[in-house]
Ligand binder design. Structure first.
Ligand code: ATP
Ligand code: MG
Length: 564
């Protein structure tokens, strides 16, 4: 569903306010007095790291609570003891906070509600709305029917309330084997919605739970547990993704049968999908376990931890989510849009400095040996508030290999024998000569400079077409720089026909000996910079040290994406 835009007169000014469909529902509920205080939640299952899709859910839920002066809960949906790990709980808390989902002291665990859920099941039994069934899993499937055929009633459906109560108590007490009995809601085996055909709501499982230990031998199913969790916390709007749309009648059935006073309302929206990235936990886990990536926070991944390590900011991710909007239909968003957002966010905030990633030496033959001068350079041409710095310049510099060619093609305005270019923030230089090694690879470029052309001197004598960056050799900081491409091949798609991942062999390029101007010294984890003409870079949190700086390219300089 598209956003609607309406114009609101505000003290003579016209302000355009656009509301997504969820906001429309919430405002209607408030108007009609159905909702006094908006309460939303983000309910992750602690079975992996959060990714960009979860960020959307967090920001949506948090944003709604904030917009309507309500509350936002973080709730671990830890009702399924097999898959959960405590190690994920900490990473999730950190990621939710980092992205801006401030849950304050409202941190909850669904497993703390096991008693209430058990009581709720007993309530249903007493109302004649639930029964203990002894069909095997396979039989239950057979009895369920299909999309075109109604199901059949279970032979255990008409048990007496007393018998059901006794059996369910004994299930809880651990008297029965896993899989031998389940508790089912008694709804309608002929319902056109298969989720309503007496769904299983409790199962026997002798499992150890990380929070409740061995206390429970029965565990609730998701569709039964989730509405109860929401109701207990006073959640007013339970926002989930589209695949739960067909489960909503069951959600409503549970909260109605249990007669909650202000029952929560489920609202579905479309998941966020990004082109050419992997978000499935299953696949990321495989990449991590096979050592194809450097952990869950490898900068090529789009887990929140990976985005943070790569150098994305919470602001850029929030901007991205605002651009993407909230919708009712599934679609993929171009990764370039996320790149656009980080460029926009960093553009005015970060120093623009010179870095040579693939160095060749440049010698300025007519510049006095042993002399060094300092160029005054603004830190960010578009933002004077960032101040200025002094950049050393002398006879020997490094330039990037791509800025010199022996035999240039047409329209190549950078350095080649006989050509004059501007050294950014410094002088005009003319290439006089070059040196190659035995394989013909250029090792040195020799130039002369024109002292009249010093940057800032007001020289207008002549113009040159090319400007290149450089780094003074003697004072340069040596660093490692990592460049990234998509981890899967764009052209061929994410998955091969056999379901394996279609990996891009060039997803990581490590440049071990780059030279950066000395202002980069002392860069700390997560500090980021614009390296002029190369893009935005972030100091790596895992591998960068004072002696050996390591930078991750967040995004290249140029954008292929333009917002509508
Ligand atoms: P995945 O299988 O991708 O890890 P999940 O749905 O199993 O995701 P949960 O921990 O169950 O992960 O999800 C927590 C919340 O995040 C749920 O409300 C879910 O709907 C939401 N969510 C998960 N993936 C996305 C996505 N791609 N876009 C938006 N919301 C998402
Ligand atoms: Mg899940």
């Amino acid at each position: 569903m598209a956003d609607i835009a309406m114009e609101v007169g505000q003290e003579g000014e016209k302000e355009v306010v656009s509301r997504n469909f969820i906001e429309q529902i919430i405002e209607k509920d408030i108007e009609e007095g159905k909702c006094k205080k908006v309460v939303t939640r983000f309910p992750p299952e602690p079975n992996g790291y959060l990714h960009i899709g979860h960020a959307k859910s967090i920001l949506l839920n948090y944003g709604l609570a904030k917009k309507y002066g309500g509350q936002f809960n973080l709730r671990f949906d830890d009702t399924n003891p097999t898959k959960e790990k405590i190690e994920f709980v900490d990473s999730i808390k950190e990621d939710v906070q980092w992205i801006g989902g401030d849950f304050e002291d409202r941190l909850f665990y669904a497993s703390n509600y096991f008693d209430a859920m058990y009581e709720a099941a007993v309530t249903l039994i007493k109302k004649g709305k639930a029964y203990v069934c002894e069909l095997s899993a396979e039989e239950i499937r057979e009895y369920r029917g299909t999309l075109t055929q109604p199901g059949k009633n279970s032979p255990y459906r008409e048990r007496s309330i007393e018998e059901n109560l006794d059996l369910f108590t004994r299930m809880k007490n651990g008297e029965f084997e896993d899989g031998s009995k389940v508790l089912r809601a008694k709804i309608d085996m002929a319902s056109p919605n298969i989720n309503m055909r007496d769904p299983v709501i409790y199962r026997v499982a002798h499992m150890n739970h990380h929070n409740t230990g061995d206390k429970w031998c029965v565990y609730p199913m998701y569709d039964f547990a989730h509405p109860i969790e929401d109701a207990i916390e006073g959640v007013t709007h339970s926002i989930c993704t589209l695949e739960f749309e067909d489960h909503r009648p069951l959600y409503d059935w549970v909260v109605t049968e249990l007669a909650y006073e202000n029952p929560p309302k489920q609202i579905e929206f479309a998941k966020l999908y990004l082109t050419n990235v992997i978000t499935g936990k299953r696949y990321i886990k495989k990449l991590v376990e096979e050592g194809i990536v450097d952990g869950w926070d490898d900068p090529r991944l789009v887990s929140i931890a990976a985005l943070r390590r790569r150098g994305f900011t919470p602001e850029s991710i929030r901007m991205f989510m605002d651009l993407v909007g909230v919708s009712k239909s599934n679609s993929s968003v171009d990764y370039a849009m996320l790149e656009y957002c980080i460029r926009e966010d960093l553009k005015l905030k970060k120093n623009r400095i010179m870095a040579v990633l693939d160095p060749i030496k440049m010698v300025i033959t007519n510049y006095p040996e042993g002399q060094i001068e300092y160029m005054d350079v603004p830190n960010n041409q578009e933002n004077p508030e960032l101040g200025a710095r002094k950049v050393p310049f002398s006879r020997e510099l490094y330039i990037d290999r791509a800025d010199f060619m022996i035999e240039p093609p047409r329209k190549y305005f950078r350095l080649y024998p006989g050509n004059e270019v501007r050294l950014m923030n410094a002088y005009f230089v003319t290439c006089q000569d070059y040196i190659t090694d035995e394989k013909g690879k250029v090792t040195e470029v020799h130039c002369t400079y024109d002292p009249e052309t010093r940057s800032g001197s007001g020289f207008t004598g002549r113009k040159v077409k090319g400007t290149i960056h450089w780094v003074n050799a003697e004072t340069a900081v040596e660093a490692e720089v990592r460049l990234y491409e998509n981890i899967v091949d764009e052209e061929k798609g994410v998955y091969n026909e056999d379901g394996s991942l279609n990996l891009n062999p060039n997803s990581l390029t490590v440049l071990e000996k780059c030279y950066i101007e000395p202002s980069v010294k002392g860069a700390k984890a997560y500090d980021s910079f614009q390296f002029l003409r190369h893009g935005y870079f972030c100091t790596d949190v895992k591998d960068s040290t004072e002696e050996h700086l390591v930078f991750n390219r967040i995004v290249s300089q140029k954008s292929s994406y333009k917002p509508a």
